[in-house]
Design a protein. Structure first.
Length: 335
């Protein structure tokens, strides 16, 4: 009598199968040993490539959705969520949207700005840097971020090279304005973030913001027709000569704003920015990244190694941004 093994013989694996299994296991262990982050890197690469393809499709289809458009949508969707936290004061998405509307209305009423005109911005890290930036962007202006660390001849070169119609100066940089004002081109209209001015022919902005309307400006003023159109000028530091302006397009801002998302940050994160906003790392990757995520940003006036970790604890920071020597300064702090 034959057993079931005779009636139903077990399949015999091909002769190459054991070798293949050993090879796969060997590759797995070699990958774990020599390339432990291979799959994580591959997932990141695919994520970035997918986003890049999406941007290219938008460009080919003529669909233009800018970072500013995303911010305005977020102000409608999550108006009460904190967007900026600065020196303990919370500015919600709605707060920033409305104040930037006020600034746009001021310039709409008091200056003959046309879409595509350039406005130079000489301000330190403070919420009104972002309010002015967004307000001018809502008028379709190109905003030139000026490095407040460069002085006199280099600063005058930056202003003249971008040919602005207006120069907006922060209240803490009036000393710098005083240095360059006699040499500034006469056709540049100067505005300061103050209620009173001792400078001749210099306009004040804070008093006019308080009286301005919060209504949004006409949509056709800020609507973009081309993702490759210039929207920002960001200057080099000038270490190898006079500073030079990098021309930043809508597309470059969108790509920069996706950086935090690509590295795994989410809308629940709180991002700590201590870098100067005139730098692309803080403005495009930091502020733009927060908008891309719909997250919250803690903005510092300037980097402080001694206050860094206490700020992180105070504001429950989950993501920090750094360049250059920042980490070395932090490591050198006493425990």
């Amino acid at each position: 009598m034959r057993g079931w093994e005779d009636l139903y013989p077990l399949p015999v694996p091909p002769s190459w199968a054991p070798g293949a299994a050993v090879g796969i296991l060997s590759l797995h262990f070699i990958q774990k040993l020599l390339f432990p982050y291979f799959w994580a890197d591959l997932r990141y690469l695919l994520k970035v490539l997918t986003y890049g393809l999406r941007m290219e499709m938008y460009r080919l289809q003529g669909r233009v959705v800018t970072v500013l458009d995303k911010f305005v949508k977020l102000a409608e969707k999550q108006p009460h969520k904190p967007f900026l936290i600065y020196e303990g004061t919370v500015h919600t998405y709605r707060d920033v949207d409305r104040r930037s509307n006020r600034i746009a209305q001021v310039f709409l009423q008091h200056e003959a700005l046309k879409k595509g005109d350039t406005v130079a911005l000489l301000m330190g890290n403070e919420p009104d840097f972002i309010h002015v930036w967004f307000g001018l962007a809502k008028l379709g202006c190109v905003v030139a971020f000026l490095n407040f660390n460069v002085r006199f001849r280099s600063l005058l070169h930056c202003v003249s090279s971008c040919e602005p119609k207006i120069l907006v100066v922060g209240a803490d940089l009036l000393g710098t304005l005083e240095e360059i004002l006699p040499k500034l081109q006469k056709d540049v209209s100067v505005w300061i973030m103050a209620k009173d001015s001792t400078f001749p022919n210099v306009h004040t902005l804070l008093d006019k913001i308080e009286a301005a309307s919060e209504d949004p400006v006409p949509v056709n003023r800020c609507s973009a027709n081309n993702l490759k159109a210039a929207v920002l000028y960001i200057f080099t530091s000038g270490t190898t000569g006079l500073p030079k302006a990098a021309v930043i397009s809508h597309l470059q801002i969108l790509k920069g704003a996706a950086g935090l998302w690509a590295f795994g940050a989410t809308s629940e994160d709180i991002i700590y920015i201590t870098l100067p906003l005139y730098h692309s790392a803080a403005s495009l990757l930091g502020i733009g990244g927060c908008i891309h995520l719909g997250a919250t940003c803690v903005l510092k006036k300037k980097f402080s190694a001694s206050q860094f970790w206490s700020d992180c604890r105070r504001y429950n920071v989950t993501v920090i941004q750094y360049i250059g020597e920042l980490c070395r300064y932090l490591c050198n702090q006493p425990v």
